[in-house]
Ligand binder design. Structure first.
Ligand SMILES: NC(=O)c1ccc[n+]([C@@H]2O[C@H](COP(=O)([O-])OP(=O)(O)OC[C@H]3O[C@@H](n4cnc5c(N)ncnc54)[C@H](O)[C@@H]3O)[C@@H](O)[C@H]2O)c1
Length: 251
């Protein structure tokens, strides 16, 4: 789990998986840029990191906005001198809905955050990492990026797209000392999971049992996998979609 880099950017780090990963990077001595649209949650993440003896700064960033993403990378480099690791985690779920009931608004919202956001972040992170001559990027996909996700077609499409971006970037920069991987969690206990349960309590009750381990995942279990993908130990791993799913996709 050795991390030779100094600086990580985590988007969507005001809570959930992003916050846990920001904390995990900081525990390893990495300086963390906490990026989110939620300033209060972002500030709380920074406080948690500082209380644990780490170093972090909050940068307000809507990953859908090219200027803000460009500024996020510039601020990271100005503040801490490099950008070694990026976890492009900001993402949104969709309301439970069969495909024929979908709306343009919902399609655009999901694609804007989950796909355009990841693409924009990678674009500016890679520009810097190319100059720097090194870097590791992890993108938040999902088990919904690996197969069907009934009543979540657009979310599934967005996560399949994240894997397309990840694998293609991995090849484009494979000889530039930049690795690009993705994480594919099953259901993880976050605010997103709570919202899905509230939307349809019947489905909510069944969710733990969909995992062979009989439970949903913990944010720390995703954070540890993201850190592994960034670490020197994963030095020969690129273009990989790592499932962290309690056995769900093994069935
Ligand atoms: N929780 C799960 O079960 C699960 C499973 C598989 C994949 N994922 C993926 O993991 C990632 C994190 O999920 P989570 O459960 O921690 O979600 P969450 O809703 O708890 O947190 C998401 C964070 O992203 C931020 N965000 C939303 N839109 C943004 C934008 N436009 N710009 C910047 N930040 C924005 C939110 O403010 C929030 O802090 C998402 O990409 C999600 O699709 C989650």
């Amino acid at each position: 789990m050795k991390l030779s880099g100094q600086v990580a950017v985590v988007t969507g780090a005001a809570g959930g998986i992003g916050r846990a990963t920001a904390l995990a990077f900081a525990e390893q001595g990495i300086k963390v840029v906490v990026a989110d649209i939620n300033a209060q949650g972002g500030a709380e993440t920074v406080s948690l990191i500082e209380a644990a003896g780490g170093t972090a700064v909050f940068v307000s960033c809507d990953v859908r906005d090219e200027e803000q993403v460009k500024q996020l990378v510039a601020t990271t480099v100005e503040t801490y001198g490099s950008l070694d690791y990026a976890f492009n985690n900001a993402g949104i779920e969709m309301e439970n809905q069969r495909l024929h009931d979908g709306s343009m608004r919902s399609f655009d919202m999901i694609m804007d955050v989950n796909v355009k956001g990841v693409w924009l972040c990678m674009k500016y992170q890679l520009q810097h990492m190319l100059k720097q001559g090194s870097g590791a990027i992890v993108n938040a996909a999902s088990v919904a990026g690996l197969g069907a996700a009934p009543k979540m077609a657009v979310y599934a499409a967005s996560k399949h797209a994240v894997l397309g971006l990840t694998r293609t970037a991995a090849i484009e920069y494979a000889r530039k000392n930049i690795r690009v991987n993705a994480i594919c969690p099953a259901v993880i206990d976050t605010a997103m999971y709570q919202r899905v349960c509230e939307m349809d309590p019947k489905i909510g009750q069944r969710i733990p049992e969909l995992h062979p381990m009989g439970r949903v995942g913990r944010v720390e279990e995703i954070a540890a996998s993201v850190l592994y993908l960034c670490s020197d130990g994963a030095g020969f791993t690129t273009g990989h979609a790592l499932t962290v799913d309690g056995g769900m996709t093994a069935v």
